[in-house]
Each structure stands twice: as structure tokens, then as C-alpha cells.
Write a protein that binds this ligand. Structure first.
Ligand SMILES: *Cc1c(COP(=O)(O)O)cnc(C)c1O
Length: 229
């Protein structure tokens, strides 16, 4: 688990460098440690090193792993959310970054309201055109979902999330991030109080930061390759 701490500090330095290169202040970009497919001990090694924001992509795995998390550990759901699992999200997760359906939003809001909890949400957009990816396609669909979520009392829409195409090439990846940045700026221009643009992973966070990301989700570069599937 010492390696996790070493890796975390390497990523922190990498973020600082990327911010410097992009002419941005490093406190504009939050680092999320994506602990999916890694055991609790790995997440706790990062926690001991000062990491507080974590991401998981499956509800059941997160429930099994984070049975009694420290009070200041912040957990976000970043994976595709099946509506039948939506009722388990409020309470365990303080935010969901992968909202892409009206029906799921309604279910999440109902559950959060029943529990007296507030839930921050990001809408996930598919900016790569890859059919294998989740997320909404098209701005019309985005603004429809935005209006719906804005009408719900226990959900707070804070911005947008995307995954770049898995091509490893700078141009299409940056195009994807730039498209999300553009939608994010439109939301802000409409007067929404958005503050989170979640984009960038282990292999592409430098480009995401250049394209305006405010939150990067890093798994492999911190925890290594997946331990279990
Ligand atoms: C796994 C995952 C990440 C982290 O990916 P790495 O390449 O391991 O850094 C980020 N975002 C989402 C939505 C993920 O599922």
C-alpha cells in the first residue's frame, strides 16, 4: 500500500504541472481517486495520505467496500446507474456524476427526499459518439434533462461529466473535452450555478486540464491495474 501513496504524490505533481502548463491555478482542479476494482485498504492508503474524494462505478461494490467510511470521506458515483439501484445511492454517495435519464433523476430525488438528504448531480454526456459509452447525446437532450432536474427539490445540478474516446490520440480526445466545456459554459451563461466540469482520467488528464476540467477522475495511475474484475 506504500506504492499507492507514492503514486498519489506523483499524480498530484502531475496535476500541478498540467495546471501550470495550462496557465491555471492548481486549486481550480480537484483530484478524485477512483477506487473501483481495488480493495478498501488501497482506498484507505490514499486517505491516510490526505485524499478525501473517491469515486466508484458500481453501487454494490461501493456498498460492500465502504461499510463504515470516515465522516470526511466524500464518495461519488461515476458509473452507469441502473434505475433499480437508484434507491441505494443517497446516503452512501454524496453525489452522482453519471446521471443521464429523466426516470433515474426522478427516482433519486424521491429517495433523497424520503431520507431528508440532498444529492449533488452531474449530467454525463457522451461526447465521443462511441455507442459503447453511457451518457446523453445531443444538446437538446441535455437541456431537457437539465430543466427536469432543476425542478426537483433534493437534487442539485452542479455541472457535467464525460469520458473521452479511448483512442489515446490527442486531437479526438481534446475535441471531446472541448465539446463538454462548450456545453458547460452555455449552462453558466444561462445562469445555472454550476461549478464542476468532470473530465480527465489517468491517460488524458493533462489534456482535460488544458480544456478547462475542474475535476479529474484518476484510478490506474494511483492504484495500479485492477485487482479484481
Ligand atoms: C474507471 C473510471 C475512471 C478512472 O480511469 P483510469 O483510466 O483508471 O484513471 C474515470 N472515470 C470513470 C467514469 C471510470 O469508470
Amino acid at each position: 500500500m506504500e506504492q499507492v501513496k507514492v503514486n498519489l504524490n506523483i499524480v498530484r505533481n502531475g496535476l500541478k504541472e498540467a495546471c501550470h502548463k495550462a496557465g491555471r491555478s492548481s486549486d481550480e482542479v480537484r483530484l478524485m481517486a477512483v477506487s473501483k476494482n481495488h480493495p478498501l485498504e488501497a482506498a484507505m492508503a490514499a486517505y491516510e495520505e490526505g485524499q478525501r474524494l473517491f469515486g466508484e462505478n458500481r453501487v454494490q461494490e461501493a456498498l460492500d467496500k465502504f461499510t463504515n467510511p470516515p465522516g470526511d470521506l466524500e464518495l461519488h458515483m461515476i458509473g452507469h446507474l441502473q434505475s433499480k439501484k437508484a434507491s441505494k445511492v443517497p446516503g452512501l454517495f454524496s453525489a452522482i456524476q453519471s446521471l443521464d435519464k429523466i426516470k433515474t433523476a426522478t427516482l433519486l430525488d424521491k429517495k433523497a427526499t424520503d431520507l431528508g438528504l440532498q444529492l449533488n448531480v452531474l449530467i454525463e454526456m457522451n461526447t465521443s459518439g462511441e455507442a459503447s459509452k453511457n451518457g446523453l447525446e445531443g444538446e437538446d437532450n441535455l437541456w431537457k434533462l437539465v430543466e427536469h432536474v432543476n425542478g426537483l427539490s433534493s437534487l442539485h445540478l452542479k455541472g457535467l461529466m464525460t469520458l473521452a474516446p479511448f483512442v489515446g490520440e490527442e486531437v479526438p480526445i481534446r475535441r471531446s473535452f472541448a465539446a463538454l466545456y462548450d456545453m458547460y459554459q452555455k449552462g453558466i451563461a444561462k445562469g445555472y450555478d454550476w461549478d464542476t466540469l468532470s473530465m480527465g482520467m489517468s491517460g488524458d488528464y493533462q489534456w482535460a486540464i488544458q480544456e478547462g476540467s475542474t475535476l479529474v477522475r484518476v484510478g490506474t495511475a494511483i492504484f495500479g491495474h485492477r485487482v479484481y474484475a
